[in-house]
Design a protein around this ligand. Structure first.
Ligand code: EPZ
Length: 422
């Protein structure tokens, strides 16, 4: 039965209340892949219940692992692997399926995968992953859209310099290098908090890793790893999403189980726009206001710069700000697909290549729009919350990839939002 799932949002209600931030999708996914290296039982607490996590669990069970979930804890036993390839339909469900490559090579020395799928944010090449893995001793045959990978002489350490601090490539190198013979040095490594989370989990499994979170990571290969019990960090982009929703609706919100350090300069930007924010140890308070000041210049950069995943969220807020905001998307080549949908709601946005110029308007109006990708969809939810009238948002499967029960959380904060399935 094909369900048409939409979110119906009645705008104009300021958000009030408090919610707990879910575990980080972009940490839970590489952590689930990393459990393959342990060859035993691992326990992941604060593991978010998302369709991308379900997809990762489907890959693990296809490979022969046994898993079960109790509330927000995933129990994974990877003692037995029965397959060395991941079928195309499972690979195509999400971008981070490429993470299984490094883990499978580390555990069994071979893997056959197809090119990964994921959000259409422009070409999603994996050249940095493949060239790095080749330096670790991996042989890769490309065969009609499939990659046949093997390590005829085993994995060995290497000095790898990434031309771009790719998050996924850094994670894939770590997953193979922790069990390679000898030392691996990754230069120009990604520094995102999710990289640190993966390194901490691998160290708990017995790996020897130094420097995660900085631009040089040093890994001393070990013969084998074991499983571990670990708690996933909070999702900094989901936190930013709710903060932007409170800011734009002129509401007041307390986020619990958050990590303010991971939000970098985003809290300061919301303060500059006229919000009041207070960061505690594991909580963030924000009070919005009806007419925010614009975000003068937002350039997306690798961490600790402004995260590309928050670009659409801040753009939604800027549509009704009192002035002009300029966005420069430096990370992905096609990450403005939400602009057309925001314009349908009355936003005034001009895109020229990497640059988007947003002229704040007095109000935007509810309309029938659709999610174009995960964070673009979240941006349209924020826009629907501030629009005059009702917004009907389609293709919300994009949103379900990264947000646990977004409409339940927002309703609990006073929003008029419901999921329609027919
Ligand atoms: C991760 O994607 C995240 N996904 C993305 O979040 C996030 O936007 C991105 O990092 C940047 O922070 C997960 O962690 C599952 P990259 P990833 O490799 O690893 C180019 C979300 O909304 N590139 O750092 O794919 C690439 O095309 C998602 O949760 C190459 O050219 O990001 C892009 O332009 C969206 N060759 C840039 O680097 C490669 O081999 C950044 O990619 C790899 C990447």
């Amino acid at each position: 039965m094909f369900y048409v799932k939409k979110l119906l949002i009645q705008g104009g209600e300021p958000l009030h209340g408090e919610i707990a931030v879910q575990g980080a999708k972009n940490s839970a996914l590489p952590l689930l892949a990393a459990t393959i290296l342990g060859g035993g039982e691992s326990i992941l607490h604060n593991c978010p219940d998302l369709s991308d996590v379900h997809a990762a669990c489907e890959i693990l069970s296809y490979l022969g692992c046994s898993l079960h979930r109790e509330k927000d804890t995933m129990y994974v036993d990877t003692s037995v692997l029965t397959h060395a390839e991941i079928p195309e339909d499972l690979m195509g469900e999400m971008r981070s399926s490429i993470m299984f490559l490094g883990a499978m090579l580390g555990r069994i020395g071979r893997a056959r995968i197809s090119f990964p799928g994921g959000c259409e944010l422009g070409p999603r090449p994996i050249d940095l992953h493949l060239s790095a893995l080749r330096q670790l001793g991996v042989e890769i045959q490309e065969d009609h859209g499939f990659l046949d990978c093997s390590v005829p002489n085993g994995l060995h350490g290497a000095r790898i310099t990434l031309s771009f601090p790719s998050v996924g490539a850094t994670e894939n190198i770590m997953l193979a290098a922790v069990v390679a013979q000898g030392e691996t040095i990754i230069t120009n490594a990604a520094q995102e908090p999710e990289i640190v989370d993966l390194a901490e989990f691998l160290r708990a499994c017995g790996a020897k890793i130094r420097g995660a979170g900085e631009s040089v990571i040093i890994i001393e290969g070990t013969d084998s790893l074991h499983g571990s019990e670990y708690t996933v960090i909070p999702d900094r982009i989901v936190a930013a999403t709710y903060l932007c929703a409170a800011a734009a609706t002129g509401g007041e919100l307390l986020l619990n189980r958050a990590n303010p350090q991971h939000l970098g300069g985003m809290l300061g930007m919301l303060e500059e726009a006229g919000c009041r924010t207070i960061a505690g140890g594991s909580s963030i308070y924000i009070r919005g206001r009806s007419r925010l000041r614009p975000f003068k210049h937002v350039r997306t950069m690798p961490y600790p710069g402004f995260p590309t995943d928050a670009q659409a969220l801040f753009m939604a807020v800027s549509t009704i700000a009192d002035g002009t905001s300029v966005f420069v998307e430096n990370i992905f080549s096609n990450r403005y697909k939400h602009v057309d949908e925001l314009v349908k709601m009355g936003a005034n946005i001009k895109v020229e290549g990497k640059v988007a110029v947003v002229e704040g308007v007095h109000h935007i109006s509810g309309a029938s729009v659709r999610a174009t990708d995960l964070r673009g969809g979240a941006a349209l939810v924020i826009a629907g919350l501030v629009a005059n009238g009702e917004t009907s948002l389609g293709d919300i499967y994009h949103i379900d990839r990264g947000y646990e029960s977004i409409e339940r959380n927002l309703s609990g904060l006073g929003a008029k939002i419901r999921r329609e399935e027919r």
